[in-house]
Design a protein around this ligand. Structure first.
Ligand code: P1T
Length: 393
């Protein structure tokens, strides 16, 4: 299997890193091949304030530390930190900033990310602007003397707009602003923002990284030591850490990330092509197709697309509901990136918290459907979509 020639090659050594990095059996007495799951909340010390390595489970845990090192390596970053959810990662990161600081965020981001900025960060005195990152001149013009953070999501959720990561990172460097890239939709297998100059990469591990829809968790990676030290302090001081068991599960999920992403890519592309020629589809938003307006930026900075994308159905809310209700293999559900196929209506589900006038302005309408194409047999997925289309008048 190879991705289409126009994209970057899949990263070399990725699966080997995911399977082996920091996990050599010789380092623990049992010689266990699978890294031990350590659930202890505290660790015996040689004397007062004389720990061997670990002290208390919030500040560090062996199972979590292994995962954090693997995540850093997959991103070609020096450091990794994990959190109780993707949003706990975002919240902790906001602890870097002060009352009065300004944040520039993409105008199309996960609904919960937008809600955190609109309804929580502003209460703590952050000033947030939402702008269209497909035109970086607009981002540049939004920079103020107190701008401290540029928040990039690419592809954006759910409109699949593409942001030029290198250009955004340069803008940050030129103006001494931290640039964060949410890489949840592609994972480091398909996009490596640290290599493109981002300061921090952030994930909802609940999606492709774990890949089995059975863990809510988040992470960030960085190569900036000063930022890492501050974020590690905040991880402990704010306390939004994950459980060792969830760390164990995510580490297990990472073992198959490379092959899962190849299959998601293959199935996603086949479904996107099917939808693109379908008479009941108005438009497909899939960045790996030449029809996408930012295809050229996308192909230069990624190893192709995953299985998550959106499309506009011809029709109104009632038609979208009829279509979704008729699906059998795809389940109607929020989230994405698991082995199973999901479908949802962002305007009333994942992005219901976005103010209606903002949704209307950017195009999150009631006929916009988002799919997370899983790794089932693709013929079954296409047949399911086809029969659901036939239920619309
Ligand atoms: O759900 P949680 O692990 O807290 O992650 C939040 C999050 C962060 N970033 C992106 C790009 C996301 O898509 C999400 C979560 N998204 C969904 C649940 C969804 O259905 O889009």
């Amino acid at each position: 299997m190879s991705n289409e020639q126009e994209f970057l090659p899949f990263p070399k050594g990725f699966a080997t890193t995911a399977i082996h990095h920091s996990q050599e059996a010789d380092q623990w007495d049992s010689m266990a091949i699978v890294p031990p799951l350590v659930t202890s909340t505290t660790f015996k010390q040689y004397g007062p304030a004389k720990p061997k390595q670990y002290e208390y489970g919030r500040s560090g845990n062996p199972t979590r530390n292994i995962l954090e090192q693997v995540l850093a390596n997959l991103d070609n970053a020096k450091y990794g930190l994990t959190f109780a959810s993707g949003l706990a990662t975002h919240s902790t990161l906001l602890g870097l900033f002060n009352n009065g600081d300004h944040v520039i965020c993409g105008d199309d981001v996960y609904g919960g990310t937008g809600r955190l900025f609109r309804q929580v960060a502003t209460k703590f005195g952050l000033d947030v602007s939402f702008v269209d990152f497909t035109n970086l001149a607009v981002v540049k013009n939004s920079i103020k003397s107190n701008t401290k953070l540029i928040w990039v999501e690419t592809p954006t959720n759910p409109l699949m707009k593409i942001v030029d990561i290198k250009a955004a990172a340069n803008l940050g460097k030129d103006n001494n602003i931290i640039v964060v890239v949410d890489n949840t939709f592609l994972t480091p297998y398909l996009q490596r923002p640290i290599d493109l100059g981002a300061d921090i990469v952030i994930y909802s591990l609940s999606k492709y990284m774990n890949g089995h829809s059975d863990v809510i968790m988040g992470a960030l990676t960085t190569s900036n030591e000063e930022l890492y030290e501050k974020l590690k302090f905040l991880q402990n001081a704010m306390g939004g850490i994950p459980s060792p068991f969830d760390c164990y599960l995510v580490n297990r999920g990472l073992k198959t990330l490379a092959i899962r992403m190849q299959q998601h890519q293959k199935n996603g592309l086949a479904v996107a092509k099917f939808l693109e020629q379908h008479p009941k589809v108005e438009k497909v938003l899939y960045p790996g197709l030449k029809s996408h307006p930012q295809y050229d930026v996308f192909r230069k900075q990624t190893s192709g697309h995953s299985g998550t994308f959106s499309f506009y159905l011809k029709g109104v809310l009632k038609d979208a509901e009829t279509f979704l209700n008729a699906l059998n293999v795809f389940a109607i559900a929020e989230s994405l990136g698991g082995y199973e196929s999901l479908a949802e209506l962002p305007s009333v589900m994942t992005h219901a918290s976005v103010p209606p006038e903002h949704r209307a302005a950017i195009g999150i309408t009631d006929n916009l459907i988002r799919l997370s194409v899983g790794i089932e047999d693709v013929e079954d997925l296409i047949a399911d979509l086809e029969q659901a289309f036939s239920k619309i008048d």
